[in-house]
Ligand binder design. Sequence first.
Ligand SMILES: NC(=O)c1ccc[n+]([C@@H]2O[C@H](COP(=O)([O-])OP(=O)(O)OC[C@H]3O[C@@H](n4cnc5c(N)ncnc54)[C@H](OP(=O)(O)O)[C@@H]3O)[C@@H](O)[C@H]2O)c1
Length: 321
Amino acid sequence: MLYSFFHSIVISKYVMGFLPSMQRSGPSGYGASTTAEQVTVGFDLSARTYLVTGCNSGLGKETVRVLALRGARVLALARTLEKAKQVSERMPGNVVPICCELSEPRSIRAAIQEVKRLNVDLDAVIANAGIMALPTLEQKNGYELQFFVNHVGHFLLVTGLLEQLAADGRVVMLASAAHEMTYREGVQFDNLSGEKGYSPWKAYGQSKLCNLLFARHLATCLPVAGQSANAVHPGVIATSLMRNMNPLITVASRLVSPIFMKTVAQGAATQVFVASHPSLAGVNEKYFSDCNEKKSSRYGRDSALAATLWEKTHGIIEAFG
Ligand SMILES: NC(=O)c1ccc[n+]([C@@H]2O[C@H](COP(=O)([O-])OP(=O)(O)OC[C@H]3O[C@@H](n4cnc5c(N)ncnc54)[C@H](OP(=O)(O)O)[C@@H]3O)[C@@H](O)[C@H]2O)c1
């Protein structure tokens, strides 16, 4: 318990937004306090289609809401069709519910087929769903669960949808500043099951590094020149993502969140910005935070590591047939 408390203080560097409302805007004209509605003011997205994973909660739900508010058709993916439907029924505009459980290759493949059946060009795929800091080792398909859901599941989904990506389509991967908290070797290729040792935060950090590295490598091998792949850190926002943290820390976080953390509306801004803003046409292989380009960690910029991860993950998904 004490360890957990002090560990949470250490990770506060990654967890606290440090007075988002006081921070200045960056070169884009936007900053930590900008909301998803603000980055899309005046946009008419009625000819556009976006796909968002993790549509039923937190940043994903707000992303769906704002894109739909601007007229877009949004393919809203959740772990069950019921959850996706609950979102689509309450949203403005054209929101299409789709089931996609990211720990289940069969469910992911069914979601890919469902999108293909709709016969639409995707203007952006926003890989938003995620889980964080599971207190004890959990596995699925022989792999540590955060690695599988956050990275492998999205790898399978996104690569399966590349034929549907528009000529200027964008892939937006939800990474995190927590990618810096990964294991010493970046990605523990010899311990992807977690059985040789498990740390809740390092495993989360590793999975978020994988999201970043996936975007980096995908950016170099997209089938059409105008397409792009970028990664984002949304900021720090009190959402259900904290459900696995110590309850005391969660309560404390929620108490201080109005001062130190972003609101959900602000948290969704960077992914909506990177997915839809005209100023980013052709911008590829970058990492964004607070709606501005940022430098990621040494590992986050490691193209060789990204290529190795790609090969390894390709092998993992091929094993599922
Ligand atoms: N909040 C932050 O401070 C923060 C900071 C940095 C990065 N991020 C990243 O931002 C993204 C969104 O997080 P959030 O804060 O909005 O969290 P959230 O409110 O917990 O939402 C996470 C979403 O992912 C879905 N999900 C979880 N496991 C899944 C699975 N196996 N298959 C399909 N969907 C699954 C959840 O569905 P259920 O509700 O059904 O479980 C939920 O819709 C995550 O990738 C997270 O790592 C967040």
